[in-house]
Design a protein around this ligand. Sequence first.
Ligand SMILES: [Zn+2]
Length: 108
Amino acid sequence: MQKCEKCHTPFTWIEIFKCQWAWGEKNNLIYCKTCDTEHKLIGESKIITNFFMIPIIILVIYLINMELFSSFFIYLLVSFLAYGVVSTLFPFFYRFQSKYHTNYRGKS
Ligand SMILES: [Zn+2]
């Protein structure tokens, strides 16, 4: 898990997990709990996690082909649940940058 680029306090899984569900201006921003430095999720992280959507889409197409459920709503629910489960892995792939990034020499 990534550390704060200023004071090297590690971010926790729950902090990172919560930042992706935040609304508005706080979305994809994380604040160090020790020094309050703002860190922004870098775009590449989002591209990596988008690849996790592929198995979900394949799963849903497979379920539709199996004709397991009669209602489209259930497929929607299944895809939402699958996304919820998969998104618990996202904090391990997310990388953040702060204004201290150029001075940062820590290992991620
Ligand atoms: Zn810090």
